[in-house]
Design a binder for this molecule. Structure first.
Ligand code: ZN
Length: 695
């Protein structure tokens, strides 16, 4: 591993600047730390508000991400308050956290890392701790102590596995105090600790040890790869994505019977090579590598043995059934193990809400991997972490055998009260969280307003539009406001069957399916019947009738596969109930859409699939109002184009201007469970037009 330290990259040379710089270059390397893992500290003399000099330690705050740290992420604690704790025999987690909080120099600082005492007890100024893959590979081997000696000789200290807390901190402190000249210390099945007089020294030693471990693993791994060239590799399904897109909604439904989940499919080389390995199943059944890995991916991944089905060319449905059986078996096993050990976990009644027996990683050799989360971010983290697990498993296997964290130790981490407390502090989920919404024509106007509105309520949004560039801009806006992977942009032409099928397939691979579909894309052509060309008539029917049919058909297919209901909202028009002069093609094609919506409601009812429509009128901030339409409407009303918006506002009962955001509000209501008893309905959003009252 390359040493990235550049002295001239640090602006000032104050202690915290060095620490921030070190944390950032560590955080950029994801084979050292993942998603907020790892921590670092520096001890120095500071002057308090009385001008008195105090010895403090700045340590990374709990949960902050190394690569994005700022000064605020390094709360300072008074060492005189913490060092005396070293003489205690034991300290519960609660008391330890309380002591650390009381030692804060600034009580309003973020909560310091759970590993603060470990840093405090090391008798050196700079301490760095990561969960480096290469070291975890060396440690997660059968006969781990011997492997560590083989790799590093005798100048590496080790502390047997123990859950983070006071005792692990004390044992670390004792080991380093007894051997201050050791090169580093390994917390078995957990991570690496190095120290020095400055953050640079701790960093240099860290990189040196990681490099040595990498070289040791690579040497052994390449021998193992050469030996495995002749082994029997698992077969793979030829047309994997088309199977995966059919299987994903079935899995998402099976996993989300009680609470919906988002799932993510991955059949990249890293996953497929692992799944083809003859030892893959044995490795997966062994368990997770470290406490950190356990928290993101659970103790084990679910393994679905579908090799016999692939060999006899079984259908996607049969394969999905087999995977569902594996998930069911996983949940039963997980439940049994939890029940057998629950007394030792000391969970409160309130903690029980965090108990879950569904897998976070599902491996189906021949197809790929699904990862599961409450949202796309959690599913992505599980995927990233499992990729690292794969490299640790295969590396350790090549070093003589992978030996994971024990099942009991992993369960203790999964339901560790400190971790459950952290989960309980997370903000409440939003109304549409865990849901996936596909909006057509979402690049601008009403579609864009709807996409933003649903995302604001917590939904993952597929921004579908024929104009991919503008759709991407909307998706980017959603991601910037709501977080990573919250939206994807897809090019979709609603009149093209293949394009509609492909958009839904992409949704199934990215999120596992859909819960809300807003069929919004439409066009408006004006012409008297006598002047209307056949081309214009056909184009209108193609987008405003056939387009809605193709979208609704795929939506129903995916929703039926999931078996968790759904809501389809059609954007129709006031012209359905009150057609206008020169709007023959528009009104007739939109009437077809309205009847389609009702039939979807009739056929979807038994599956919990609701279908409703909104009838907006005179929404000027959309692409529908082309210059040509503005001019023709102004002419029909006998006014100037400039007066058009005011004219429309005046003609409704509320004498008000209606906007795309008003339509989005009604669509949100229909998409959400707030309208769970409503289907087949039509809601005008037109400021009140007597002639278009639904009849
Ligand atoms: Zn750690």
């Amino acid at each position: 591993m390359r040493n990235e330290w550049r002295d001239d990259a640090i602006r000032r040379s104050d202690a915290i600047d060095q620490l921030i710089y070190q944390a950032r270059i560590i955080g950029q390397e994801d084979s050292l730390v993942l998603w907020g893992g790892g921590n670092t500290s520096f001890k120095f003399i500071e002057h308090d508000f009385n001008g008195k000099s105090v010895r403090v330690m700045c340590v990374k705050g709990s949960g902050s991400d190394m690569k994005a740290t700022t000064r605020r992420d390094f709360p300072a604690v008074r060492l005189d308050d913490l060092i005396p704790l070293f003489d205690r025999d034991d300290l519960s987690d609660d008391v330890m956290v309380e002591c650390v909080m009381r030692a804060l120099v600034d009580p309003s600082s973020p909560r310091p890392s759970i590993e603060t005492l470990l840093h405090a007890f090391v008798p050196f100024d700079a301490v760095l701790h990561t969960h480096a893959d290469a070291l975890l590979t060396v440690m997660n081997t059968r006969g781990r102590e011997a492997t560590v000696r083989n790799c590093f000789g005798d100048d590496m200290l080790t502390v047997p596995y123990r859950r983070p807390g006071f005792l692990l901190s004390k044992e670390t402190g004792l080991a380093i105090r007894a051997n201050p000249n050791a090169r580093g210390l390994l917390l078995m099945n957990h991570g690496l600790v190095t120290w020095g007089d400055t953050p640079k020294q701790a960093y240099d030693r860290h990189i040196e040890l990681v490099t040595q471990a990498e070289e040791y693993v690579n040497r052994n791994w390449s021998i193992a790869i050469r030996q495995s060239e002749f082994i029997d590799r698992q077969p793979t399904i030829a047309n994997r994505p088309s199977f995966a897109e059919k299987i994903s909604p079935l899995l998402r439904g099976a996993l989300g019977k009680e609470r919906r989940v988002v799932i993510r499919f991955d059949d990249g080389d890293g996953v497929m090579n692992f799944l083809q390995h003859p030892d893959a199943k044995m490795l997966v059944e062994s368990g997770a590598a470290t406490p950190d890995h356990t928290l993101y991916t659970k103790r084990n991944a679910a393994w679905a043995d579908i090799r016999p089905l692939i060999e006899r060319n079984a259908s996607a449905e049969e394969i999905a059934n087999e995977i569902r059986n594996s998930i069911h078996a996983f949940a039963l096993r997980d439940n049994d193990f939890f029940d057998a050990n629950r007394d030792s976990l000391n969970l409160s009644q309130d903690d029980l809400r965090f108990v879950s027996h569904i897998p976070r990683v599902i491996l189906a050799p021949g197809i790929g991997m699904w990862t599961v989360g409450k949202d796309a971010r959690a599913a992505k983290i599980a995927s990233d972490v499992f990729h690292h697990t794969i490299s640790i498993m295969l590396g350790a296997n090549a070093l003589g055998g992978y030996a994971s964290l024990s099942q009991k130790d992993a369960l203790d981490i999964e339901y560790w009260p400190m971790e459950l407390y952290r989960l309980s502090l997370q903000p409440a989920e939003r109304e549409l969280s865990r849901r996936v919404a596909l909006v057509t024509g979402a690049a601008n106007g009403i579609g864009k307003a709807v996409a933003l509105r649903l995302a604001k309520e917590g939904a993952h949004v597929i921004v579908a539009d024929i104009d991919l560039t503008s759709a991407q801009a909307v998706a980017d806006e959603i991601v910037a406001a709501n977080g990573i992977d919250r939206a994807i942009a897809i090019r979709m032409n609603v009149t093209d069957e293949a394009s509609v099928l492909s958009a839904f397939a992409q949704s199934c691979l990215a999120y596992g399916g859909v819960d809300i579909v807003v069929s919004n894309a439409g066009i408006a052509r004006t012409s008297s019947i006598t002047d209307l060309t056949l081309d214009e008539w056909n184009a209108s029917l193609s987008v405003n009738a056939t387009g809605h049919f193709l979208v609704a058909r795929e939506a129903m297919r995916v929703m039926k596969s999931q078996g968790t209901g759904g809501s389809i909202v059609f954007n129709a028009t006031k012209n359905v109930t009150a057609p206008g002069k020169d709007f023959g093609a528009y009104s007739a094609s939109k009437a077809a859409e309205a009847q389609l919506c009702r039939v979807v409601a009739i056929e979807g009812g038994e599956y919990g699939i609701r279908a409703n429509m909104v009838n907006p009128d005179a929404i000027f901030n959309t692409n529908l109002w082309t210059d040509q339409i503005r001019q023709s409407r102004a002419k029909a009303a006998g006014i100037d184009v400039g007066q058009l918006e005011a004219h429309y506002a005046k003609r409704n009962l509320l004498q008000t201007k209606v906007t795309a955001e008003d339509v989005a509000e009604a669509i949100f209501w229909l998409a959400s469970d707030r309208s769970s008893k409503t289907t087949g309905a039509m809601i005008p959003i037109d400021g009140g037009l007597r002639e278009s009252f639904p009849r």
